[in-house]
Design a protein around this ligand. Structure first.
Ligand code: BGC
Ligand code: ZN
Length: 367
């Protein structure tokens, strides 16, 4: 079976690997789900793993199969599987449990252990191959009516968790009625977060570099949000015009912007960081001023990574509501298909070089 893999720690090592086809019995207890891979999305994480910034092979291997944004069709299931059946369209969660209490209660996205196990990212093979098998616990059904949004289920789950975390932590206030939200970055997480916040009727400003009109601004305005280009207006200027934000979600991949956001959050506000920044950048912040403002304003910063199956289910529901609220808009994120696993070089080239590609994904098989 073909698979797209890298040698972690070695730059630009993306290559085609060979794996045996998995079997239902590879999962104990009759809980296996064997799935034919249809489509797999790639993102900055795959780019950074191929750039040797992080990522580890599974024990016993000197390569790591990439791909954590999964969409497939169930081929067969073990006798104790109840949640999906052959022919169902499905996605799969990314993280697998370690040993902490959070892992044991189905929330491995909140593991308290330093080591985390993520398919296609750390210590477990990913989905850029022909078939996968996994425990039914980690397989989530996609309604057939959302088949055309396929690989967005996983990034959507991360966006759903980020927003859910903000509302969870704000229960400290007893009453929280956020009005203005800034979403920093208009990559896939920024756009999907915009969608979720618009479904909650917030006044959303989605902030990115490029000047409108462009595809990102078209999607942002299509979701009833406001597109702001930092080439025309700084975030500080925006905050002077529309007021500081009650909620800020950073999805830029820039730690300078993530820290800068601390200066435009309103009293009692929450700032959520979602970016994985694999580099070594240092940033300067006006520490005394931020410290003072944050203490006087009871402000809160929360990091959010990954997603468990509840977030996948939330995200899929929001994709469905988003699709009927703004028909055809979400699909515009899925810009750049690559045909077949053999085209792995092209996949990486598009991911690294193509500035117009909002979302690169591999069409692994028809179905
Ligand atoms: C993935 C998450 C993962 C994170 C950290 C992201 O690209 O979508 O599922 O937890 O990287 O590895
Ligand atoms: Zn990702």
């Amino acid at each position: 079976m073909k698979a797209i893999a890298v040698r972690p720690g070695k730059k630009n090592s993306v290559h085609l690997a060979d794996l045996p086809k998995p079997k239902l019995d590879d999962v104990p207890g009759g809980r296996g789900v064997l799935i034919r891979v249809l489509k797999v999305g790639v993102d900055a994480t795959d780019k950074e793993i191929n750039d040797a910034q992080y990522g580890n092979s599974p024990p016993g291997y000197d390569f790591l199969v990439l791909g954590h944004e999964f969409f497939g069709i169930v081929d067969s299931v073990g006798p104790n599987v109840r949640n999906v059946k052959p022919g169902d369209y499905v996605t799969a969660t990314v993280r697998r449990p370690g040993g902490s209490i959070y892992d044991k209660i189905g929330t491995s996205d909140m593991t308290s252990e330093e080591t985390y196990y993520e398919r296609g990212i750390n210590l477990l093979h990913g989905y850029l191959t022909e078939y996968i098998v996994d425990d039914c616990e980690f397989i989530v059904q996609m309604p057939v009516g959302l088949k055309h949004l396929h690989v967005l289920a996983e990034p959507m789950s991360c966006a759903a968790k980020a927003v859910q975390q903000a509302f969870e932590v704000q229960r400290r206030l007893r009453v929280w009625r956020p009005r203005v939200a800034y979403v920093l970055g208009a990559g896939q997480i920024g756009l999907l977060t915009t969608l979720i916040l618009r479904l909650r009727n917030l006044e959303v400003y989605t902030i990115a570099r490029g000047e409108a009109p462009n595809l990102k601004s078209e999607i942002v305005t299509g979701l009833g949000s406001n597109y702001v280009s930092t080439k025309q207006k700084s975030i500080k200027q925006l905050s002077e015009e529309v007021g500081k934000a009650d909620l800020i979600i950073d999805a830029t991949g820039s730690s300078a912007i993530a820290f800068g956001a601390m200066e435009v959050l309103g009293h009692n506000g929450v700032l959520v960081w979602t970016s994985i920044t694999g580099g070594r950048n240092h940033v300067e912040v006006p520490g005394d001023k931020v410290n003072l403002d944050w203490v006087l304003g009871n402000k809160l910063l929360v990091g959010s990574v990954n997603a468990n199956r509840d977030h996948f289910e939330m995200g899929i529901r929001d994709l469905a509501v988003g699709e009927v609220t703004w028909p055809g808009v979400i699909k515009k994120i899925l810009t750049t298909p690559v045909r077949g696993l053999d085209n792995y070089q092209e996949m990486m080239r598009l991911l690294v070089e193509d500035q117009s590609a909002l979302k690169v994904y591999v069409d692994v098989a028809e179905g």
